[in-house]
Design a protein around this ligand. Structure first.
Ligand SMILES: *Cc1c(COP(=O)(O)O)cnc(C)c1O
Length: 455
């Protein structure tokens, strides 16, 4: 290959000169260099010097079944030779139809219609627009506001930022954003001494009710990250909050948008996090045991196994029907060039095949139990606080004298063959589901050494 980089140093210099990297102050790379990745195999990433890194954060929470997974590769190779892309307005194709049908059978009952985008933020934009447009179509044009949880993260395009409560990402763009209100987060770390996670979640639900009572006439939707607020530092909360949120949104005529971009696709132990909410009413015997059905369910990140950008907004039939009419303008005219890209849909189908063939959710339960068993010394380390786990997500805070803890920890982890990317003082594990016991041992033991050095 002409121009092929032979070394880490070569690629590093060229990247810094030509590529503007995301989520970065570029100058910081002077002290904390980029990591040039030559190839990936399974849970490991390799640089040009042959050093390896265990991808403990699934490459920003997207990878489910390892890098260069043979089964996903084979499906993509077949799709490459058949159809790489066709526009989805006025046309359709087999991968998008099959994926939509399969998601409908997997998702909470009633979410029968799939609208596609290319990344998570696009899905959020679509859901916000669809919700407000729905209310306009049914004669309630005043319902144009949204609420989200304190410390919520829903992406970084302007609409998504308006429901994202992370000052660092938002403040520079304040003048461009129609800021929306937030309600208290049920994150159990904020409970008062002696208060259970459940009691605290119910207290936050009461605050939500107060807000809905006062503002429902202007409110289109409440958007929430079910069970785990990822970018807030893997804040976890009791599922009863979702049950109450569903009831309250019904009572006050406000849509509930479940942003499962990070937590969907098995990450919290069930295929979708919403399944873990206690159902609002006791289910009739024999009925599927799903918790709640949101009005909109958003998926992205892991949906293609971490291969290709794809997002989907699933919604209910009555919402779909409010757009179905002779008039063009009543329709949902939103589009992206790559909407429903066949390659991405095919990668998603191959990903769902792996879930079905390998009984992944059951295997993950064993892996999670194993990690929790062997992590005792880490969990009980003097510097570790708020150890928590939901499905295949673990997180804890580290008491550390270092103000630049996150950067130091990232660098030290690399020296220890680990890709960790702390959020502030929070270390989290969100490994690909193919992680094995030996790799779990390595992850936990090396992390313990790192905490020992920095704590
Ligand atoms: C990552 C994320 C998004 C945004 O997805 P992008 O693909 O990065 O735009 C939205 N919501 C949640 C909960 C996320 O974790």
């Amino acid at each position: 290959m002409p121009n092929s980089p032979a070394t880490n140093a070569d690629l590093l210099a060229r990247s810094l000169s030509a590529v503007w990297h995301p989520c970065s102050q570029m100058k910081h790379y002077e002290n904390f260099p980029l990591v040039p990745i030559a190839r990936g195999a399974g849970i490991w990433l390799y640089d040009y010097d042959g050093k390896r890194y265990l991808d403990a954060v699934s490459s920003w929470w997207v990878n489910l079944f390892g890098h260069c997974n043979p089964r996903i590769n084979a499906a993509l190779r077949d799709q490459f030779e058949t159809l790489e892309h066709v526009m989805l307005a006025g046309f359709t194709h087999e991968p998008v139809v099959r994926l939509s049908e399969r998601l409908r059978t997997l998702a909470p009952v009633g979410l029968g219609h799939c609208f596609y985008g290319s990344d998570g933020a696009a899905a959020v934009e679509i859901a916000l627009k669809m919700s407000a447009h729905y209310w306009r179509n049914v004669g309630k044009p005043d319902k144009t506001q949204f609420i989200s949880l304190k410390n919520s993260y829903h992406g970084e395009t302007l609409g998504a930022l308006s429901v994202t409560d992370v000052a660092l990402f938002r403040d520079a763009y304040g003048a461009l954003i129609r800021q929306q209100a937030t309600v208290p987060s049920p994150d159990w770390r904020n409970a008062v001494a002696g208060e259970s996670a459940e009691a605290y979640a119910l207290r936050c639900a009461a605050a939500l009710e107060q807000h809905l009572q006062q503002h429902h006439a202007q409110l289109a939707a409440f958007i929430v990250e079910p069970l785990v607020q990822g970018a807030a530092g893997m804040a976890m909360y009791h599922p009863v909050y979702l049950q109450r949120a569903r009831q309250l949104c019904d009572t006050y005529g406000v849509h509930l948008i479940a942003d499962e971009i990070a937590v969907g696709m098995g990450r919290t132990g069930t295929m979708f996090a919403c399944e873990q909410a206690p159902p609002p009413q006791p289910l009739p015997r024999g009925e599927r045991g799903y918790g709640i059905t949101p009005d909109f369910l958003l998926l992205s990140k892991g949906i293609t196994g971490g291969y290709l950008p794809l997002s989907v907004v699933m919604t209910r039939d009555d919402i779909y029907q409010a757009f179905y009419a002779d008039e063009t303008a009543r329709g949902f005219l939103h589009s992206h060039s790559y909407t429903g890209n066949p390659l991405a849909c095919r990668a998603a189908l191959a990903t769902l095949d792996i879930f079905a063939q390998d009984d992944v959710l059951a295997a993950n339960r064993h892996k999670a139990a194993y990690l929790n068993r062997i992590a005792r010394s880490l969990r009980e380390h003097r510097a570790v606080r708020n150890w928590r786990n939901t499905g295949m997500i673990w997180a804890f805070e580290v008491g550390s004298p270092h103000r630049d803890f996150a950067q130091r920890c990232f660098a030290l982890a690399l020296q220890n063959e680990l890709l960790l990317r702390p959020i502030g003082n929070t270390i989290y594990f969100m490994p690909p589901y193919i992680i094995g016991e030996e790799e779990i041992d390595l992850l936990v033991n090396r992390t313990l050494q790192i905490v020992d050095q920095l704590g």
